[in-house]
Design a protein around this ligand. Structure first.
Ligand code: KIV
Length: 256
């Protein structure tokens, strides 16, 4: 049975951790779904791990939809969320509505995620939610702002922490169903998790969140680089290289 927003909410209330991972293609999505992950995010990190760009900025709405369609074909149970890419929602609320509408019309997404907090995103998120589109917020390290903030931990001074807390509360007011907390101190993530009524999903934000998300390429050992907080559960890089070497050897074997 498909995971619903109500079930994610219930997991928070029952203090049962929510599991989330990213996917950008059919085969991996199918495996994640079969393994029982609660949420699958078609993250714009696919720009880097799948498409080979240096950051998430170049990926287009068309490309996100293309990948989300493939992922959707592999998902039966998990709650499917699609990231809104850079500049598909920041220019105006109208453009955000059109971009988000395309994601819901053209893919099996049941939620969208967009980066940023108060004041910029509050009106936009409110409008999207009013139009029936579930939105997950994303605060802390927001990779679409890499040229402004880099990939540093966010919220490490009292003022910066208060600002992230303020943004989180404003996003809840705007109607988000969940909030992604990226690369912020564990104590701050725990505090936000206790104060807001919607599930928090952390990445590099300690164990106090309602759930955890990682980029699947990091978990499987397929990334060129991985952040210190990302546990590698298998080294597919070595396994695949060995398998391909073996295949090449077999093909090149002299025929008798
Ligand atoms: O794009 C992405 O993969 C993300 C991560 C923070 C999970 O948003």
């Amino acid at each position: 049975m498909s995971v619903t927003i109500a079930q994610l909410q219930k997991l928070k209330q029952q203090k049962k951790p929510i599991t989330a991972l990213t996917a950008s293609d059919y085969a991996i999505a199918k495996l994640l779904d079969k393994a029982g992950v609660d949420m699958i995010l078609v993250g714009d990190s696919l720009a880097m791990v799948t498409l080979g760009y240096k950051n998430t900025l170049p990926v287009t709405l068309d490309a996100m939809i293309h990948h989300a369609q493939a992922v959707g074909r592999g998902v039966e149970n998990a709650f499917l969320i699609v990231d809104m890419p850079f500049l598909s929602y920041q220019v105006s609320t109208e453009e955000a509505m059109r971009s988000a509408g395309r994601i819901f019309k053209e893919t099996d997404a049941r939620g969208i995620k967009l980066e940023g907090g108060y004041p910029d995103m509050v009106t936009t998120i409110h409008k999207l939610v009013q139009a029936g589109m579930p939105v997950m917020g994303h605060v802390g390290l927001t990779p679409q702002s890499v040229h402004r903030i880099g990939y540093r931990v966010q919220g490490s001074t009292p003022d910066a922490a208060a600002e992230i807390l303020h943004q989180s509360k404003a996003l809840v007011e705007a109607g988000i169903f969940a909030l992604l907390l990226e690369n912020i101190p564990a104590e701050l993530a725990t505090q936000i998790t206790k104060l807001i009524p919607v599930p928090t999903i952390g990445i590099g934000a300690g164990q106090g969140c309602d759930g955890q998300i990682l980029v699947t390429h990091d978990v499987l050992g397929l990334s060129d680089w991985q952040p210190p907080f990302a546990n590698k559960y298998v080294d597919l890089n070595s396994i695949i290289t060995e398998a391909v070497k073996q295949y090449c050897q077999d093909v090149r074997k002299p025929k008798n």
